[in-house]
Ligand binder design. Structure first.
Ligand code: APR
Length: 317
C-alpha cells in the first residue's frame, strides 16, 4: 500500500477550466496526490470532491483535496499555475498583463511560503511574461520554472498536419518555437510524419497555411466558444510536462525556458526544445537554424523582450 507521504504532491492553482483538466488528468494517470487551490470559496472543494468520486470509476486512488488555504499546498513537488483572468472586450494586452501579473505574483509568493523547492509550471497568459515573473518572484533556478506553450502549439500543428495529409495523428511530430503569441515560429523542417519532414510531403503554400492556422490556434477556439478559451489541449499539454518530470522521462519537448545565451538571447523566457526530467529542465537543445528561421526567431524574441520589460516595470513599481 502506497502511503500518502511516498506519493508525489501536485498542486494546481486555479480551479477553472484549465486547472480542472490538469487535476483530472493527473488523477487519471495516477501521477500523485492533487491539491486544487483557488481564490473562490467552495469552487476547488466542489471540483475536488467531484473528481475524487470518479476515482472508483476511473480507477485511481490519488487523494484529491480542494482548498483556499496555501498551508494545504505545503511541500508540493510540482505546482501548475493556471490562475488568471481572461481578456475582456476592449481591454488591451498591457492591461491584462498587469492584472494577471498581480495574480501570478501573489500566487507564487504564497506557494513559496509553504514549499521550499517546488517545480513551477506556468500556464497563465500572457505566458512568456508570467513565467518570467514567477521566476523573479520565486527565486528558483531556471531549471525549476518552466512555461507551457510549445507542447500545446505543436499539438495544434500536429493536428493540422494530420488533417491535411489524412494520416494518423500518432505518426506526426512537430516543433513550434519562440514566444507564445502571434510571432511564434512553427518549424516545418522539424515537423515530421514517421521521420519524414513535411517539407518533403506538402507544397510550400499548404505548409504556410498550416503555420498560419497554428499561430492563430488559440484565437480560433476563442471565436468558436464565444465564452472562455481552450482548456482540453492546454490541460493535456501541461500534464504531459508534469508526467515527464515526475516520472523522470527525460522527454525532449518544446517548452518556455529561461535563456542564458542560448539562441543568442539572455534574460528572456522563450520556447525552445528542452529535456525534462525529475529535476525539471535538464538542458536546452540548440538547433542548427537557417538564416530565415533565425530571423523569425529573433523577431519573436524581440517581442517577448518587450513584454518582459513590462514585467520588470511592474515589479519595480
Ligand atoms: N488565486 C487563485 N486562483 C485565482 C486567483 C488567485 N489570486 N485569481 C483568479 N483565480 C482563479 C479563478 O477564480 C478561476 O477559477 O483562476 C481560475 C481561472 O479559471 P478560468 O477563468 O476558467 O480560466 P482558464 O480557462 O482555466 O484559463 C486559465 O490559462 O490558458 C491560460 O489564458 C488562459 O490565463 C488563462 C489561464
Amino acid at each position: 500500500m502506497v502511503t500518502e507521504t511516498m506519493r508525489n504532491k501536485i498542486t494546481v492553482v486555479g480551479a477553472g477550466q484549465v486547472g480542472t483538466t490538469v487535476a483530472q488528468l493527473c488523477a487519471y494517470k495516477n501521477l500523485g496526490n492533487v491539491v486544487i487551490i483557488d481564490i473562490v470559496d467552495g469552487l476547488p472543494q466542489g471540483k475536488a470532491l467531484d473528481l475524487q468520486q470518479s476515482g472508483c470509476l476511473q480507477v485511481f486512488d490519488s487523494i484529491i483535496q480542494g482548498t483556499n488555504d496555501y498551508k494545504d499546498t505545503a511541500d508540493s513537488d510540482i505546482v501548475v499555475i493556471t490562475a488568471g483572468l481572461p481578456r475582456k472586450p476592449g481591454q488591451d494586452r498591457a492591461d491584462l498583463l498587469k492584472i494577471n501579473a498581480a495574480i501570478v505574483k501573489d500566487v507564487t509568493e504564497k506557494i513559496m511560503e509553504h514549499s521550499k523547492n517546488p517545480i513551477l509550471i506556468l500556464v497563465s497568459n500572457p505566458l512568456d511574461a508570467m513565467v518570467y515573473l514567477a521566476k523573479q518572484v520565486s527565486g528558483l533556478p531556471r531549471e525549476r520554472v518552466i512555461g507551457m506553450a510549445g507542447v500545446l502549439d505543436s499539438a495544434r500543428f500536429r493536428t493540422f498536419v494530420s488533417n491535411e495529409l489524412k494520416c494518423s495523428l500518432v505518426d506526426v511530430d512537430a516543433m513550434v518555437l519562440g514566444g507564445h503569441g502571434d510571432s511564434m515560429v512553427p518549424m516545418p523542417r522539424y515537423t515530421t510524419v514517421s521521420g519524414i519532414a513535411i517539407t518533403d510531403l506538402m507544397e510550400p503554400d499548404r505548409i504556410e497555411a498550416l503555420v498560419d492556422r497554428t499561430r492563430k490556434g488559440g484565437a480560433e477556439i476563442v471565436s468558436l466558444l464565444k465564452k472562455g478559451s481552450a482548456f482540453l489541449a492546454p490541460g493535456a499539454s501541461a500534464v504531459k510536462m508534469v508526467e515527464a518530470i515526475l516520472q523522470d522521462k527525460r522527454r525532449i519537448l518544446p517548452c518556455t525556458a529561461y535563456l542564458e545565451g542560448e539562441y543568442g538571447w539572455s534574460g528572456i523566457y522563450f520556447g525552445v526544445p528542452i529535456e525534462l526530467g525529475r529535476n525539471g529542465m535538464n538542458k536546452i537543445i540548440e538547433l542548427n537554424l537557417t538564416e530565415e528561421e533565425k530571423k523569425m526567431l529573433n523577431i519573436s524574441a524581440q517581442d517577448v523582450k518587450n513584454t518582459i520589460e513590462e514585467v520588470d516595470a511592474f515589479l519595480a513599481g
